[in-house]
Ligand binder design. Structure first.
Ligand SMILES: C[S@@+](CC[C@H](N)C(=O)[O-])C[C@H]1O[C@@H](n2cnc3c(N)ncnc32)[C@H](O)[C@@H]1O
Length: 371
């Protein structure tokens, strides 16, 4: 079990080899990376026993850039029939696994194999359960079978909390029919990627405010509105009327690169969140000391707004990422946000009338979305 298989988008095999090679060097795992162009996968072949496992344990999968999925194991040749028997034999060297995923590579041949995989999974799962090789336990490693053909499979292992959250690392998100553009799924995917699912209600909470720069026709804005977030949509193009009817969207026809929010809403949200997050009034005491709140607690008055702004953290997103520098900001996002890949990701709950506003994080920066 001394190879690390890494799935990727076809055409990025070289990048995967370079990336994993660099990590292996840093972690002193001897071996070499190899790949064929457009094969949608690369392999890191370790030259010492346990190397692949050491490499995986030394890395956070979510921190990798190009690999979509990974697993340590070996390729196994399969016969025309009795494939399950051969697999069971090989699995004798593997630990008991906690889940099973059958995967293919993201190539045309892979797509043709997916029907085979769907059919094969049922008897294989039954056989594994019967043989005691599979239990329903997320703490145990996941068994990942990557079929290259009906006759060749990579028999791999990966920790469920340190590997892709979706089979083949490709999110399968349902397009919401009411959304005005397909790009809506990009934002939902980013949330799955960067925000742990259990933190969504806190960090994407109803009543928050957001700015969507380059918003038209409103696919990203739709996602925010769907979570009852108020959006300033900046674009000279038209927004979908349905979004404007929600009452949650202010359409600003302006250049996103020079746009400045009239009211630093993020600062006030930040303050409110800190107050809610501090049940014993410590935050309020600090704010009152700085003149932002009436002494003895209570809601800030309109006249206190200037003091609230003074005491709140600066909303610096625009200033930090002027002009083309927003790209740099996007690159920094993965490092700045907690990861969610590898966690179980149930689909987003519908936001409806019954939704209550949860307490929000004390350190949340104001969200600014560039689409
Ligand atoms: C790909 S579309 C965005 C799609 C949108 N995010 C959605 O989800 O429906 C790009 C948008 O950016 C807008 N845009 C381009 N440059 C802009 C700028 N400097 N300021 C504001 N909007 C801009 C365009 O008018 C266009 O509507």
């Amino acid at each position: 079990m001394n190879s690390l298989l890494l799935h990727c988008r076809p055409g990025f095999e070289g990048e995967v080899c370079a990336e994993i090679g660099e990590h292996a060097g840093r972690l002193n795992v001897a071996g070499y990376a190899r790949a064929r162009p457009n094969s949608a996968h690369a392999e890191f072949v370790c030259s010492e026993p346990g190397g692949a496992e050491r490499l995986m344990r030394g890395l956070r999968f979510a921190g990798l850039i190009f690999p979509r999925q990974w697993a340590r194991g070996d390729f196994v040749e399969l016969p025309e029939s009795e494939r399950i028997g051969v697999l069971l034999e090989r699995l004798a060297d593997y630990p008991v696994c906690g889940s099973l995923w059958l995967e293919v590579l993201d190539t045309n041949e892979g797509k043709e194999l997916s029907t085979f995989c769907r059919k094969f999974e049922v008897p294989l799962r039954k056989a594994l359960l019967k043989a005691g090789r599979l239990e329903d336990d997320p703490r145990k490693p996941r068994l990942l079978l990557t079929f290259k053909s009906g006759r060749e499979v990579f028999l791999g292992l990966a920790e469920a909390n340190n590997s892709a959250a979706w089979p083949m690392g490709i999110p399968r998100l349902k397009f919401p029919r009411a959304a005005p553009s397909r790009s809506t799924l990009k934002l939902e995917e980013a949330w799955h990627q960067f925000i742990p699912r259990e933190a969504w209600d806190l960090r994407l909470a109803p009543g928050m405010t957001a700015v969507d720069l380059g918003a038209a026709p409103g696919g990203w804005t739709w996602q925010l509105v769907n979570r009852h977030i108020k959006v300033t949509a900046v674009d000279n193009g038209p927004m979908a009327p349905s979004l404007m009817d929600s009452g949650l969207v202010e359409h600003v026809r302006s250049d996103g690169f020079v746009f400045r929010p009239r009211r630093p809403a993020g600062r006030l949200d930040g303050l409110r969140h800190r107050r809610e997050a501090c049940p014993h009034g410590g935050a309020d005491r600090n704010l009152a000391r700085r003149g932002a709140l009436p002494r003895g607690g209570g809601q800030p008055q309109a006249a206190d707004e200037a003091a609230l702004r003074r005491s709140a953290p600066p909303a610096r997103a625009h200033r930090r990422w002027p002009g083309g520098a927003w790209r740099e900001g996007l690159h920094r996002l993965p490092a700045a946000l907690p990861r969610s890949r590898g966690s179980d990701l149930p689909s987003a709950p519908a936001v409806g009338p019954g939704v209550t506003r949860p307490t929000a994080s004390a350190t949340m920066p104001p969200p600014v979305f560039w689409s």
